[in-house]
Design a binder for this molecule. Structure first.
Ligand SMILES: [Zn+2]
Length: 355
């Protein structure tokens, strides 16, 4: 018996070459991965050196698999059928964010399929930087509370959260303690920001690992809070912070409600890209869930990427062969009572902060 055979038509991909068969089996036009990294060359080199040296915020060895040029990495994403991706950069000191944004926004302009991506840091003028990035067309922001070493409740950011909430532009927040917690990570600090800015469209990176239940609860409580799957459900991450089986029904319902989005951390991963998808497929949450997470939810949030002729053709032929209507039904708007019950249980777990 093949253990990777999860359901009729969809096989968990073993290698990157198997990825197109995975999404074709689902009947979607490709993959939409909202958590990938492209950085200015000098910064990328430093990030990779940090991972190679297993720096203190990683807590373990982390040999990056895709230390390739930007051109090669974009080509690899396209070859796998990743039609939408991002160029998430983040700052760890003042004076960096504006330059990073200039680079990532230019990269997105030159790279079809890449979402115009930006970041910010609590520093004088930050609200203006964010307004500039929005005016320049930024469609996704990223902040990293762990590497950035700042509190999301920093008063200098209050105007930024308000601005993003008003614009409805999502911000990916590395808010969880994993891999190594700081005083500003965990559900407490970012939960306080959400309580103040209830309309903020936030995407919790890594599903909030390791405090999954608390962050799932935030996604259930706040209409515009979602989670990305980045690195979760892979063997590598399971050793660091395994996802609790008891929370899977909630993850299922949130995914079907549009609130779980495919993320991978490509290229900064120590295993083949395919393993992210295999991890999701092996959960056994169903083809509808996989379609929602890997395509429908990100596309609902960011709009459909322009598909190349061949991709559109692939998609049509898959749709025909599976006898499916070309238009998918929209994600379910409400969380089921099962998930609501599980979340009530989860919320009884004390909120943890490292501060
Ligand atoms: Zn990342």
């Amino acid at each position: 018996m093949r253990l990777n055979r999860v359901m009729s038509g969809v096989r968990a991909p073993e290698e990157d070459a198997d990825v197109p068969a995975f999404w074709r089996g689902l009947g979607v036009p490709g993959l939409a991965d909202i958590h990938t990294h492209f950085l200015p060359p000098r910064m990328l080199r430093r990030v990779w050196e940090y991972f190679d040296a297993a720096g203190p915020l990683l807590g373990r060895s982390w040999p990056i698999r895709y230390k390739w040029s930007d051109v090669e990495r974009v080509a690899h994403l396209r070859a796998m059928g990743v039609r939408m991706f991002s160029a998430l950069a983040y700052a760890h000191r003042p004076g960096m964010a504006a330059d990073l944004n200039a680079w990532t926004m230019a990269f997105a302009r030159d790279t079809p399929g890449c979402l115009p991506s930006a970041t910010f840091y609590p520093e004088p003028g930050v609200t203006g930087h964010v307004r500039d990035a929005l005016d320049a067309g930024a469609r996704i922001f990223k902040v990293h509370l762990q590497v950035g070493g700042f509190s999301p409740a920093d008063p200098r950011l209050d105007g930024v959260w308000g601005l993003l909430a008003e614009a409805g532009v999502p911000v990916v927040v590395h808010a969880g303690h994993a891999p190594v917690g700081t005083g500003h990570t965990g559900p407490g600090p970012f939960g306080a920001v959400l309580a103040r800015h209830r309309r903020l469209a936030a995407i919790i990176a890594h599903m909030g690992a390791p405090d999954y239940e608390d962050f799932l609860r935030l996604a259930a409580d706040y209409e515009r809070v979602a989670l990305d799957t980045t690195m979760i459900f892979t063997d590598f991450f399971d050793k660091l912070a395994p996802f609790p089986a008891a929370a899977l029904p909630v993850a299922r319902d949130l995914g079907l409600a549009g609130k779980v989005l495919l993320g991978s951390d490509f290229p900064n991963i120590p295993y083949p890209y395919a393993r992210q998808l295999a991890g999701l497929a092996r959960l056994g949450l169903g083809e509808e869930w996989l379609r929602a997470v890997c395509w429908d939810n990100p596309v609902a949030l960011f709009g459909a990427p322009a598909l190349a002729e061949s991709a559109a053709r692939d998609s049509r032929s898959v749709t025909r062969s599976r006898g499916r209507a070309g238009v998918r039904r929209p994600p379910r708007p409400v969380i089921s009572s099962l998930a609501a019950r599980a979340l009530t249980t989860a919320s009884s777990v004390a909120w943890t902060t490292a501060s």
